[in-house]
Design a binder for this molecule. Sequence first.
Ligand SMILES: NC(=O)c1ccc[n+]([C@@H]2O[C@H](COP(=O)([O-])OP(=O)(O)OC[C@H]3O[C@@H](n4cnc5c(N)ncnc54)[C@H](OP(=O)(O)O)[C@@H]3O)[C@@H](O)[C@H]2O)c1
Length: 265
Amino acid sequence: MSKAQQGTAIVTGASAGLGKIYADRLARRGYDLVLVARRGDKLAALADTLRATYGVQARPFVADLSQAADVERLAALIREDDGITMLVNNAGVSVMGTTATADPAKLVWQQAINVDAVTRLSLAALPTFIERDRGTLVNVSSVLGFGFLPPSAFYSAGKGHVANLTRALQNEVQGTNVRVQLVAPSATATDIWDAAGIPLSTMDPQIVMNAEDCVDAALAGLDLGEQVTFPSVEDGQLWKNFEEAAAKLFQGAMRGKPASRYRVG
Ligand SMILES: NC(=O)c1ccc[n+]([C@@H]2O[C@H](COP(=O)([O-])OP(=O)(O)OC[C@H]3O[C@@H](n4cnc5c(N)ncnc54)[C@H](OP(=O)(O)O)[C@@H]3O)[C@@H](O)[C@H]2O)c1
């Protein structure tokens, strides 16, 4: 597709980590960029670099996605600017801790960014894209959306929401030219770990991917037409097995009566 046809991609969390790489790779593909995050200085510097390197338009959109008013401003842009052809819901934070140790206020903050903002922005983007019969929604979840570790209960819960939401929304775009991709990275070397109180230096380097590889694999998955991309999972059959098991469980639940082991009635 020519540069003129790509349109504009919004990348949330573009000031660092995966979002910054998404912005670079999408600019390289010819997208104009709207770069969203709180740190305007980093967004402005990135916009300058993208303009100079790729000759695209790039503009900072400073927003705190824990704030409903800022999320609504971005949602309005998605609805009103028909040049928007892609939304990458990437911004996220990681609050680790058990029910005994986690700060409730921080969990609510995490929920606002990782769940509420993603939900609200998906809700703005998808009907708009469907109406235009054009557009790509990428929601970044995590492998922890499909499982959990002792301190990840609340992060996993939020990422599970994003995973289920995105999978369900994929039904709405069948037969259209709109794409919806769920991306589920595993451990990737970004600032999110130090911010979560788990220094990257304490982790086995063998299980940590670099951010460039993660985004390049996610975009390759999108190009392949994948609805769900696990950048680090080698055996694609694992996901098929997971989906088949989930479908069987769902079917197995459609019985209308208690299972015999409960000896009810
Ligand atoms: N790194 C991993 O191991 C890993 C694994 C699985 C999934 N993920 C997911 O990948 C996504 C990107 O994470 P990352 O690893 O790239 O993290 P990161 O390096 O910490 O970057 C997070 C980005 O989100 C933005 N952000 C955070 N809070 C925000 C807020 N309130 N409003 C607007 N923007 C906000 C940050 O910008 P400002 O600080 O400038 O606002 C930054 O640009 C997240 O959804 C994360 O959950 C990461």
